[in-house]
Design a protein around this ligand. Structure first.
Ligand code: T3D
Length: 264
């Protein structure tokens, strides 16, 4: 599929998706949602894609829902269901990202707001430019949170800080985001993409199957009690323990050399 709102590049096992509506701060219209869902499906199916970077073109990362597109819904006779729109767009994007059994890094180059914040939270790592800023945005237009922000934000930064962001619409700067644990690292703007790609290249050489199983275990742990989590870990370890990369990792340790993981 040729994309009109995304740039898609695959180099040495690292896929870089660039949200490419810079004049709209990379806000989501329906085309961009559909294209991002398609890109994630492509990555799921491609065994050679072993790490993913998501970033934004221009000065911002992603401003969430395109508000001009939202306003156009009022022209549709009978209106447009917000719930149906979420089920067909952000819910699919967030679910796919959390279920993707490959590491995903958000390279947050500027503002991440609304569903754009949700997108960054759904990634496994958030690398940020000193120019990055984070805003829940929903309360600013009298909406409640979506895109899993009510689920992921309190889990990442704690309930008090999450509610503070959500109720005040505060624009959190990069140093504060680092202090909150909202981002993993902060870089000078010109260093963000080189540093992110260097990290992604390392991840693309890591044991992808074990990374996928680790994501699966952490996702599952939110929903269950301790005994269920322990049993799930046992089942996932059964899978990891039979992988070629596991044997390679143990052999490499014994032979005092670096492992050569193939992602299998
Ligand atoms: O069913 C459903 O769809 C419900 C789902 C909702 C999901 C949501 O995401 S709701 C929340 C929507 N997002 C917002 O409310 C964010 C609004 N934007 C902002 O808070 C700020 O613009 C930013 C913090 C994102 C960036 O600030 P700044 O100072 O860096 O840039 P700016 O000057 O405000 O914006 C730059 C341009 O981007 C500007 O266009 P212009 O004037 O240069 O032609 C601005 O209008 C445009 N832009 C920013 N956000 C959006 C947008 N255009 C369309 N939609 C936007 N959300």
């Amino acid at each position: 599929m040729a994309y009109s709102t995304l740039l898609f590049d695959k180099t040495d096992g690292v896929v870089t998706i660039t949200l490419n509506r810079p004049d709209k701060s990379n806000a989501f219209d329906d085309t961009m949602s559909k294209e991002l869902i398609d890109a994630l499906k492509t990555i799921e199916r491609d065994a050679d894609a072993r790490a993913v970077v998501i970033t934004g073109a221009g000065k911002n990362f992603c401003a969430g829902q395109d508000l001009s597109a939202m306003l156009e819904r009022y022209q549709v006779p009978g209106g447009v269901s917000y719930a149906a729109h979420l089920r067909g767009s952000y819910n699919l994007i967030v679910s796919r990202l959390r279920a993707l059994e490959k590491p995903v890094i958000a390279a947050v180059n500027g503002a991440a707001a609304g569903a754009g914040l949700g997108l960054a939270l759904a990634c496994d790592f958030r690398y940020a430019s000193e120019n990055a800023r984070f805003r829940t945005a929903f309360i600013g237009i009298a909406l409640a949170p979506d895109s899993a922000i009510s689920f992921l934000l309190p889990r990442i930064i704690g309930l008090g800080r999450a509610l503070g962001m959500a109720l005040t619409n505060e624009l959190v700067d990069a140093p504060t985001a680092l202090q909150y644990g909202l981002v993993n690292r902060v870089f000078k703007p010109e260093e963000l993409l080189p540093q992110t790609h260097e990290f992604a290249a390392q991840l693309a050489q890591a044991p992808t199957k074990a990374i996928g199983l680790t994501k699966r275990a952490f996702n599952h742990s939110f929903d269950v009690d301790l005994e269920t989590a322990l049993e799930n870990e046992a089942l996932l370890q059964e899978i990891a323990g039979r992988s070629a990369d596991h044997l390679e990792g143990v052999q490499a340790f014994i032979e005092k050399r670096s492992p050569q993981f193939k992602g299998k």
